[in-house]
Design a binder for this molecule. Sequence first.
Ligand SMILES: C[S@@+](CC[C@H](N)C(=O)[O-])C[C@H]1O[C@@H](n2cnc3c(N)ncnc32)[C@H](O)[C@@H]1O
Length: 301
Amino acid sequence: MYCSSAATHDVGHRHVPVLRDEVMEYLRPAPGVQCVDCTLGLGGHSAALMARGATVLGIDRDPVARLLATRRLACFGDRFRLYERDPVTYADAAEDLVAQGEQVDGILADLGVSSMQLDNPRRGFSLRSPALADMRMGDGCQQTALEVIDACDEEQLADLIHRLGEERASRRVARALKRAREQGVDSAAELAAVVARAVPGRHPRHPAQRTFQALRMAINDELGQLVRLLKSLPALLHSGGRAVIIAFHSLEDRLVKRALRAYHKAGLMRLVSRSVVVATATEIATNRRSASAKLRWGVRA
Ligand SMILES: C[S@@+](CC[C@H](N)C(=O)[O-])C[C@H]1O[C@@H](n2cnc3c(N)ncnc32)[C@H](O)[C@@H]1O
């Protein structure tokens, strides 16, 4: 059953879930299968899981995503449940569920920022946003991107941009950002322009993309959240339960690969993906975001 209400269409049409068919293949949703969607977003993956009969507990730290996804998924009735504890991060939720002794058949994490968050100019994620560079995804995030830039000294900022953004010109970028802040520059678009001027050479993508990614990952503690989720994975899965994680950053993908391999070696996972699963050329042609998606999966022993 696919929901076809006007509300579903309204929020759903804007966002195509990445690697949807592959997620279904590895999670094997069916009636009676219980899944946790750690990154609900607009509910695209959850809708596909429930359309195949599964039940879903949805988690998202962004209150706007929770609201829109809940509306979109209302037609699935009590097969959809929203996780509503505070703060609603998937790391906290996973630890909380493990502490309560809960186990499920499927865990999905489609990491990073949603197109809905990126496209909202008021949230300051986008390189073209005239708003303050905020970049907080939602619950559990303390500092905005501006506050992080201000709190770091030049060297700390350069290290952060180098480590999380893999930006080679991180020192020049950090210097330029600190100077711009002294002059009161505070919008995302202006800061992106400052970074673009500091990064030498030609670039296939916007030259500030890597720096923005680093700031976003830092303020939302994206690697820390993933490490904690990976620790909870085996305890949260029933025997034969399946986990699927989609990463968009090489550091995230490395963490997932290492954790799954370690669990396989320790006998906690019966099967794990041998190589990374990526989007087909057809999907990439219709959904640019899928080009950098790296899916890995594992089956609990
Ligand atoms: C890429 S989107 C997911 C899209 C979703 N799979 C769909 O089909 O619509 C990632 C979502 O995860 C949420 N998110 C990211 N990190 C989170 C965390 N640590 N805890 C809870 N939600 C998180 C973001 O707020 C965002 O809405």
